[in-house]
Write a protein that binds this ligand. Sequence first.
Ligand code: PGA
Length: 254
Amino acid sequence: MGRSLIIIGNWKMHKTLQEAEQFVRDFLKKVPSCEIEVGLAVPFTALAALSLLTESFLKIGAQDVSQHNEGAYTGEISGAMLRDAGASFTLVGHSERRRYHQEGAKVIAHKVRAALSQGLRVVLCVGETEQEHFLGETEKVLEEQLLQGLKEIKEEEVSSLVIAYEPVWAIGTGRAAMPEEAQRAHSFCRSVIEKKYGKGVAMRLSILYGGSVSDKNIQELLKKPDIDGALVGGASLNVESFVTIVNLSGEINL
Ligand code: PGA
């Protein structure tokens, strides 16, 4: 199928600079090289230092980016600043940004645009809430979030994009989606991309699953044809468990 397998840890608001550096040193001792792509979405304050420590297979990225490129936006961090600090990618539209920071469709679309134009890879996060899930609205929500997030994105830019399907009800709850259920959602996301950009683009796009990924469920998830990796929150904070997830993913990739 030719899509690369990608495992990204999302640290959220965890780790001081010293803790972050220790993690990366320990991780690289245990995993000095790797066939799959590994990323860490870290707090802004750790970006510059960590990007000096990494190896080619381990990418350092941000968890958010400003929709603006420059100006009087107190507290914001632009895509150019992220690049300057050594980030190679950024998450956009994580459900915690949508929920706690009221990020709507327009802002997210502008963030995707801003990050891509600064040369960052973008991991666009989409996913339905528990209520939407029970109301049977998953596909409607995914289609809306994908089409709105990619509104300004041209076909040739999709090669710098990764989608993360993260059902909100599965994040941090210990209740991951069942592999079949996640596969259905991933396949649906791919069909939305196919409708907008064509089959070739859709088949090359990596779609990650996120929401209570652990060493217990990673392999079953990755065995599904449309699940190309994972966005790992809680289980990426501990170096042992993240190493295990990366190693188990490497086995599936063989
Ligand atoms: P979780 O978080 O693995 O702790 O559920 C995933 C995420 O929010 O990206």
